[in-house]
Design a protein around this ligand. Structure first.
Ligand SMILES: [Zn+2]
Ligand SMILES: [Zn+2]
Length: 260
């Protein structure tokens, strides 16, 4: 009887999959998929980018500092970070990123952040996971957490790129996602307008955790869209570590090319 029920379930599942495939093929025929960045028609959905955009979004420089994500030359000694981060102290244990905030990547990141940028943010997150799958799997995460924004900002900007990106990364990696465990407890000024030491000062103590239970002893992937000075990620990681996180790695779409 159980076997019969199982085989019926499999039949339903196969039928559902076939129907979904037929529906998506019909939709693609009527509305052919277009590139998330340049609107050019594309043949297969994949990440959602055309070949030309994809080649510009994939990192041109292959080597990067595992501690801060900065692009580095082939003979750089990375034992204690690179020239950009060696003197900095970070509470996070490393950075995984797709590219450098420049050219087409800068344009894509800005559009992903803007209102209506949800699909593009998800496409960039899928591309990041695909490009760095081995690194994500080697690290092995228990929980994916976005760097939160203060609740008052939600009224002005309902779309929040870090949240969308983190959710897609969690889905792609099949890791638990929690957007409420880390909280922005205090509003901080816009980052771009402040010099680095001031940014650090402003960010420290601006995060809190809702509960320590889901964080204690866990390896956490902390997600944002862009890493500029690392001050925000540092303050957020510090809060997670204080709550008992064993390991915090930051994942972003792009890192700023120069962080001084
Ligand atoms: Zn394109
Ligand atoms: Zn570095």
């Amino acid at each position: 009887m159980i076997r019969f029920a199982d085989s019926m379930k499999r039949c339903y599942h196969t039928a559902e999959t076939s129907i979904a495939l037929i529906v998506s093929t019909a939709i693609n025929f009527i509305y052919p998929p277009t590139c998330l960045l340049c609107d050019q028609e594309i043949t297969a959905l994949g990440h959602g980018f055309c070949e030309s955009c994809l080649s510009k979004l994939k990192p041109a420089v292959l080597l990067e500092c595992p501690r801060c994500g900065a692009p580095v030359g082939p003979y750089t000694d990375l034992a204690s970070g690179c020239g950009q981060c060696r003197r900095e102290s970070f509470a996070f244990d490393g950075v995984i990123r797709l590219g450098v905030y420049d050219g087409q990547m800068r344009l894509a990141s800005l559009r992903a952040k803007a209102s209506g940028g949800g699909s593009l943010a998800r496409g960039l997150a899928r591309l990041l996971v695909d490009q760095k799958r081995a690194t994500f799997h080697t690290s092995g995460f228990d929980l994916v957490v976005p760097i939160p924004e203060h609740w008052t900002r939600r009224f002005v900007h309902p779309h929040y790129a870090a949240e969308t990106i983190s959710r897609q990364i969690a889905r792609s990696l099949n890791v638990r996602w929690n957007r409420k465990i880390l909280i922005k407890s205090r509003r901080t000024p816009k980052q771009a307008t402040s010099p680095t030491p001031l940014r650090r000062q402003q960010q420290q103590g601006s995060f809190a955790v809702a509960r320590k239970g889901p964080i204690a002893g866990k390896a956490i992937l902390l997600v944002d869209d862009i890493l500029t000075t690392g001050s925000t990620a540092d303050a957020a990681a510090k809060t997670l570590k204080k709550a008992g996180a064993a390991h915090v790695i930051v994942a972003v779409i792009a890192v700023s090319p120069l962080r001084k």
